[in-house]
Design a protein. Structure first.
Length: 322
């Protein structure tokens, strides 16, 4: 672990992934501020020691926060992440994911912030890839408004690097899972399945269940954030020279995921199938060789991560009934 004493802003820090990341910065000796509008994040996720400001990342008042604190590093997790919502309301998706990013980036430039770490998506910027596992240099052909905004975000940050000299790193996540994941949404299939297994309910599968995803445990994603926060990205200015895929490199079908969770829970559930969802990819698995060449690698197997996640949900449920 690299110990430091930076002033770090984590946007979306009351959310699933970013709250774990904020904890890691605190453990490194950083001062941490969290900006979150709590539209999906939860106060209970905010780590002790962090300064919390309830605010939308699009709010012009965020400039005043930057002026007051003068952040050294921004970790931008705040986003609209639901693919279906982006399809039904692309304007709202773009407002949060692009105008929110631009508001943060402009504020960062004004006070001389050294680096911005941007959470992109390896699951959507490539579309239906021609190569699996998919490397960073693969063609970008997003099939949803959400994917378009993530790709545009990277392009905007390329502009800020070129014109303003603001360093950035984009992390293209695969499907992240782990404790604190919200079961109320399409991104949280692991949490959804865990909850339904605990309730003795059937597992609902969209399509034939053969669609594959690259599941990576949240603690491994935190380690990637810490590496990227300290990484020297060199002189490269191209889109893919500033990006790291973050995934396990293993494709797991929805049916295989359900089987693995049933093994972890030592339970069997009935299953039902619904039609495929609009905008959903058939296959997505990432080649994370680039960040692995920097010293990162996933340390949790799928079942190890699923077991920790399931145990967390069980304990959380037990506490709620005490």
């Amino acid at each position: 672990m690299v110990y430091s004493n930076r002033r770090v802003l984590v946007t979306g820090g009351a959310g699933f992934i970013a709250s774990h990341v904020a904890e890691a910065y605190l453990a490194c000796g950083d001062e941490v501020w969290i900006v979150d509008d709590l539209s999906s994040g939860k106060r209970v996720n905010i780590p002790d020691g962090a300064t919390f400001i309830e605010m939308d990342v699009r709010d012009p008042k965020i400039r005043g926060l930057f002026e007051e604190v003068r952040f050294d590093l921004v970790n931008h997790h705040a986003a609209q992440i639901d693919v279906r919502s982006s399809v039904s309301d692309p304007t709202n998706d773009a407002s949060i994911n692009l105008l929110g990013l631009l508001n943060i980036a402009e504020a960062a430039v004004e006070v001389g912030t050294q680096k911005l770490l941007f959470v992109s998506s390896g699951g959507v910027v490539y579309g239906e890839p021609g190569q699996i596992p998919t490397p960073e240099i693969a063609e970008k052909r997003p099939l949803s408004p959400y994917g378009v905004t993530k790709l545009c975000g990277e392009l905007y940050l390329g502009y800020y690097l070129h014109v303003h000299g603001m360093e950035y790193v984009a992390l293209r996540y695969s499907n992240v899972f782990g404790p604190r994941q919200d079961p109320h949404g399409e991104a949280g299939v692991v949490a959804i399945f865990c909850t339904r297994i605990l309730n003795g309910q059937e597992l609902t599968i969209f399509g034939d269940g053969e669609q594959t995803r690259d599941y990576v445990y949240v603690k491994d994603v935190v380690a990637a954030n810490m590496l990227a926060s300290n990484a020297d990205m060199g002189e490269g200015t191209g889109l893919d020279s500033r990006a790291f895929n973050v995934g396990s490199g293993v494709g797991t079908s929805v049916l295989q995921l359900a089987d693995a969770l049933e093994r972890v829970a030592e339970a069997t559930c009935s299953r039902s199938h619904l039609p495929e969802r609009e905008g959903e990819l058939k296959h997505s698995t990432l080649d994370s060789g680039l960040i692995q060449s920097r010293g990162w690698s996933p340390t949790y197997t799928l079942e190890e991560g699923l077991r920790e996640t399931y145990d967390h949900i069980v304990k959380q449920r037990a506490r709620a009934t005490e």
